[in-house]
Structure formats: C-alpha cells, structure tokens
Ligand binder design. Sequence first.
Ligand code: UTP
Length: 480
Amino acid sequence: MLSFEAAKARLETAGQSHVLQFWSELSAEESSALLEEISLLKPEELLEHCRAAVEAASRHSSADGRLDARMEPVPPEFIGSVRKSDEERLKMWGDEGLLQISQDRVAVLLLAGGQGTRLGVPYPKGMYNVGLPSGKTLYQIQAEHIQKVQELANLKHACRCTIPWYIMTSEFTLGPTEKFFRDNEYFGLCPSNVVMFEQRMIPAVGFDGKIILEKKNKIAMAPDGNGGLYRALVDNKIIEDMERRGLEYLHVYCVDNILVKMADPVFIGFCVNKGADCGAKVVDKAYPSEPVGVVCRVDGLYQVIEYSEIQPETAELRGPGGELLFSAGNICNHFFTRGFLKEVAEKFESQLKQHVAIKKVPFVDGEGNLVKPTKPNGIKMEKFVFDVFKFSNTFVAFEVLREEEFSPLKNADGAPLDTPTTARRSLLAQHYRWALAAGGNFLDEQDKPIPPKHSMTKNKDPPAICEISPLVSYFGEVKM
Ligand code: UTP
C-alpha cells in the first residue's frame, strides 16, 4: 500500500495535490481506499492526461470544414450489401460463415463497460428488460442467439461447435453482470465459454485541469471508452486466450442493439470471403442530418466521421442515382481477425485518438458538500472502438437492413428516439414480419383475420404481438 507521503509526492508531481484536501477528515478505511486509488495512477501519465484533456476540450468544437474536402465514400468493391445481393450470394456467404463457426474459429465480443447514463438505470444495460412478453433481458436474448447459431452450424456440419463469448465490462458493470449470469445459470451456456474482463478507468478532469473528486476520498473515474477494448485485450490476455482456443475471427458489438445478430454467418462469411482483416456492418443513413457516424475514407484511410464533424452540405451530397454519397451509417458491429487485433494491441493502441466528452460530473466542493452540477463541468476522455479502421490492410463494409439489425437502446422512455419502447417495437415488428413470411396468419380480438398488408408504423406496436425466441429462429428461418 502506498504511504501518505508517497501519495502526496505523486500528486504534487502531477499538479493534483487537492486530491488530499480532506485527508484529515477521513476514517482509516476511507483513507486506505483513497491511497489505493492513487496507487493506480502514474504521475507522468496523470499529468499528461490532465493536460491533454484541457487542451482537447478547448479545441472541442463542431465542424470546421477541415475534413470535408478530404472525405470519400467506401469504394463499391469493398462494400457488400444484403439489399443489393441475390439469394445465392447471401447463401454463399452464410455457408462460409457457418463453416467457420462449425470449425470453432469464431467468437463474439460484447462491449458492456458503458455507464448507460442516458438510460439512467442503476445496473448494467444488458440486464434491462424492454418489456417483451417473455420478460427477457438484452443479455438473455444475446445468450440465446449464440446457442441458436451454434445449433445451425452443428446441424449443417454434424459437429458440436462453440462460439466463446467475451464480455468487456468496467468497474461499474463487472460485479452485477457476473452475478446476473451466475444467478441465471449463464442462460444455458457453459461458463467456461463466457469470459468476462474489465476495461480501465481514467479520471474525469475539470476545465482547470484538476481531477474531480466525487467524494472526499474518491476520484471521479470513468471507463476509457469502448476503444479501451484494445488495452483491455492486452491487460487481460484475451488474444492469447483466443489463440489457445484456435479462434481466428471476432465479431464485436454493443450491448444496446436489441436486433444484433451475433456471429452473423453472412457477415462473417462475407468478410472471410473478401480476405478482410477488419470490417464494419453499416445501415443506410435515414436522412442526411441523422446523428450517426459515417464509415468513409479520409486521406485514403478508413474512419468513422460523426455528423457534427462535417458541414451539412457534405452530409447532403448525393451520387448520380440520387443516393446519399456518405450513407454508410456505423452501427458498432465489427469484424476483426485475431492477427489484426494483435497488431493493433501491440503496435497501434497508443496512437488511437482521444475523444472528448464534456459532461456533468457530480463533485464535492471545497467544503466537502456533494454538488450535482446543472451544467457540464468535467472532461471525460474516451477512445472509440472504430478508430482502428485506419490500421486495416483490407477493410470492408457490409450494408444490412436497419429494420432487421439495428435498434439501439440509449434513452429512457419519454425521449423521441432509441428508448425501451422503440427497441421493443422493433423486435416485435420483426417477429411479426417473420411469422407472416413463414405463412402465419393473425386473428384480431374478434377472431377475424388481420390483413397481412396491415400497415406497420414505427410509432405503434405491430397489429398482433408475437415474440419468437432466438432459440427458435435466428434469421426468421423456419427450419434449416
Ligand atoms: P455508448 O457510447 O452509447 O455509451 O456505448 P453508454 O455507456 O451505453 O451510454 P451513455 O452514453 O452513458 O448514455 C456504446 C457501447 O459501448 C460500450 C457500451 O456499453 C455500449 O455497448 N462502452 C461504452 C464500453 O464498453 N465502454 C465504455 O467505456 C463506453
């Protein structure tokens, strides 16, 4: 354990002596918790972190036109599309994906370290139940998808394959996630194939360059962004674990997309078929100013550009057929080869861009009172998982249908977008469509058939409520 003197010296070097301002008021237990926290901070790194945060925050601005002229869309030869491909091609990719899965070469990795502040529940987002008839949580839906896709590969190739599930958590989500899985007996998966690990936390910094205290003995820490994945892979020896298991391909995805198709054989097969080392699923942007990042090239390197980083005129550019030029909306669904991940983790991690988020961070004032700020007071630095695209040698994008694959849960009900209600409706609408396509008929409350062409709108539940377990169908298939 660090001594008080050593902690004081460290903090002085980093210009952060204020962290000990309440020392004389702390109990033995509280002071040892604080020393423990300080012991994890390296003074030079901390100094640099605080300096960089203030500098980045001062530069934090919206579009300045610098990127626009250097952007170009992903060339068509590196894009696959569910919409534009015939059945035969989709089947070929799907077969390739199932073959790789059957040979135990595919794993999935869930990014679940976020704090979910917008949703605002005091537990990990994966434990959220959006109000489906089954009451299933996001974690359970995902676990069942894994089982189903394993089963599809097993049936096709007469094998007993495994898709290991890596779950990146943070200090906020690890404990409750572990407990939830244990309490639910891993939703039928084998615990040795569910590997949870923790990403790092970094201090939130005030505009004056001082780290923020959230309690008299606690620094306000936040996870280092979903791009903290690459450091966490090294810290937790995950690439070695993949190597040991003979895994070659990883599908990385976010916890909050209720429609996510984990280890999607078509996507995996497409990427493998193209010899890609890195790939991204995208959806067609709904409208030019939609606030989703766009996958494109800047100075020849792949990147995701946020809507706020470019001029509206650029977002509105159209190609000869009238389609948006920059239409490849990023949905945080990525393919990586193990070799690529290893290279990124070993060589490029330190080059990843630091993104700045200006947030309201609760703090203790000089008198030790807890203050909940009404306006942003803190800088959080985050790395993003997609910032590695530029290190790829063969990057591909794969366009999928939004209504089949993307409906994120970001906000609490009451917000206009991405709420529990919108997530539940997208899943139920999908299952309703699947049931109709499989030849099902629905009756209304008077037992009259509901016309199959009954209009479906995003703002309403489908005309009949039908939930299909992922254990029954993965793509909407009836039988394979
Ligand atoms: P978001 O950026 O939407 O953040 O994360 P969030 O934490 O879920 O929600 P807000 O912004 O606080 O409301 C996108 C994905 O990245 C993961 C999240 O768990 C989610 O799957 N993530 C985010 C991490 O794994 N680690 C992080 O540090 C941040």
